[in-house]
Design a protein around this ligand. Structure first.
Ligand SMILES: Cc1ncc(COP(=O)(O)O)c(C=O)c1O
Ligand SMILES: N[C@@H](CCOP(=O)(O)O)C(=O)O
Length: 462
């Protein structure tokens, strides 16, 4: 299995190389040269299996010879051992033919743990085998950062630097990033939005001298391994609802387009997915684009669903690559136009996108109302991101097709917004109930590439 860049100019890589390198050297994102297929029999055989066994069967064809089967199984088992639910990703019925996929039972209470816990295991295994060390730099609007820190804290072969927008993440998210005491963890509060943090991260990858000097690695969904691990729960959910003999739709609270792109990969592998519905908050570039074809950057407006306050959606590039018939030059041209402010998707590509994706946008008031309503009528206390998903799903779904909405975070990560909407303050789970008492450690940084690179090089363990 080889991985190629969405911009067509970087050399193809193995799974291990793609996982360790992050962004392709032409600025693009890695995707598999060909997407492995699962037959209806393969999918039917998943019914009733454990999450771990499904994960092995779904991901195995993508990893090539990076791991032998026994090692890969072992890494998967370790990754999910600490999850707080035996099913790992349990499915709950909200209404007739509407289900909630709870993705918040991992150690940091968000869906990011599904991929990050596994990537932590895979990095540790590969770096120990190769005797290398790496510098991980990540950009976060709150959840990727806490999940990455949890997965990599204390690892000998890794320094982990997380850039988060100062003042724009929830207090729980910030404390999850700033309270770990391990010396290899560095929480950096940048002046700017998530888009600024992600742009500086990509600038670091494109500064080849710096990238090679520090052995830069990425664990955002830039990294193919992140997307891959997220493909699994589409299979577990659909199989438990009757796939391959019944089609299922998914609604996904969306920002950087990594989670929903994983659903698209599942569909291309053969999972019978009817619609993949993008649910956005007021930062709605994806909804605007899928509605009109116009992908013009707007100003980020902070919301009560801060993890989705994103206007440059990194993985949309991967969707465009397929919508443009895997034409790397066309994607590179669009990304050049994006630097100048935006682009228009061609009619053909827009039609291709609409064959798989629908979308909806939810305002701040509607988000709060949905939190309230879901609690009152469905008995479910939702985080604001999940509430956006449920609202769009309820508005858009075909009652004849089972709809699965992804619950991407635990309500206790956003207690202020949840309490303001529902009058209920969700408590933190027991294992992190002293989070507010732990000392914090963070560094304020300017939104400046050179300043960031200097700080990172100074901090890296000799
Ligand atoms: C809680 C939550 N919901 C939804 C999203 C959006 O997911 P994605 O960026 O994969 O589109 C994020 C951020 O990634 C998140 O942290
Ligand atoms: N919402 C994310 C933003 C980064 O997304 P990623 O999937 O590319 O890591 C966050 O919580 O940080």
């Amino acid at each position: 299995m080889r991985y190629i860049s969405t911009r067509g100019q970087a050399p193809s890589l193995s799974f291990e190389e793609a996982m360790l390198s992050g962004l392709a050297r032409d600025g693009g994102l890695y995707v598999p040269e060909a997407i492995p297929q699962m037959s209806p029999e393969d999918i039917r055989a998943l019914q009733g299996l454990s999450y771990e066994e499904t994960a092995f069967r779904v991901m195995r064809p993508f990893v090539g010879d990076t791991f032998d089967d026994a090692t890969f199984r072992d890494l998967i088992d370790r990754a999910y051992a600490d999850f707080g639910h035996n099913a790992r990703a349990p499915l709950k019925q909200l209404a007739p033919n509407h289900f909630l996929l709870e993705l918040f039972h991992g150690p940091t209470l968000a869906f990011k743990d599904f991929a990050m816990q596994l990537i932590g295991q895979m990095f540790e295994h590969v770096l120990t085998r190769n005797g290398n060390r790496v510098t991980i730099v990540g950009a976060t609007s709150g959840d990727t950062g806490s999940a990455a820190i949890e997965a990599f804290r204390g690892l000998e072969a890794v320094d982990v630097f997380i850039l988060y927008p100062h003042g724009l993440v929830s207090e729980v998210q910030r404390r999850q990033m700033t309270t770990p005491a391990e010396a290899n963890v560095h929480a950096l509060a940048i002046d700017g939005h998530f888009d600024d943090a992600q742009a500086r991260l990509k600038d670091m990858f494109n500064d080849f001298d710096f990238r090679d000097r520090v052995r830069l690695a990425g664990v955002n969904s830039i990294n193919w391994a992140r997307v891959l691990a997220q493909v699994v729960y589409y299979f577990t959910a659909a199989a438990s609802l009757g796939a391959p003999d019944r089609k299922v739709s998914f609604t996904v609270p969306t920002g950087n387009f990594g989670d929903i792109f994983a659903g698209y990969v599942a569909k291309r592998m053969g999972l019978p997915i009817d619609r993949l519905v993008v649910a956005t908050n007021q930062n709605d570039i994806l909804h605007r684009c899928l509605t009109s074809g116009d992908y013009t950057k707007g100003e980020v407006v902070p919301s009560i669903s801060p993890s989705m306050d994103i206007q440059v959606s990194s993985n949309f590039e991967r969707a465009l690559f397929y919508a443009y018939g895997q034409d790397g030059a066309a994607v590179a041209q669009l990304m050049d136009e994006l630097k100048a402010g935006g682009f228009s998707v061609s009619q053909g590509a827009l039609q291709a996108l609409r064959e798989d994706f629908a979308s909806g946008r939810v305002s701040e008031e509607e988000t709060s109302a949905m939190i309230r309503q879901a609690h009152a009528t469905m008995g479910e206390l939702l985080c604001p991101h999940s509430a956006i998903g449920v609202k769009v799903a309820e508005d858009k779904r075909d009652p004849a097709v089972p709809m699965v909405t992804l619950a991407t975070a635990h309500p206790a990560k956003f207690p202020d917004a949840v309490e303001a909407a529902s009058q209920i303050r969700p408590p933190l789970p027991k294992r992190m109930e002293d989070l507010y008492d732990r000392p914090e450690r963070l560094t304020r940084v300017a939104n400046d590439l050179k300043a960031l690179e200097t700080l990172i090089e100074e901090r890296i363990a000799p």
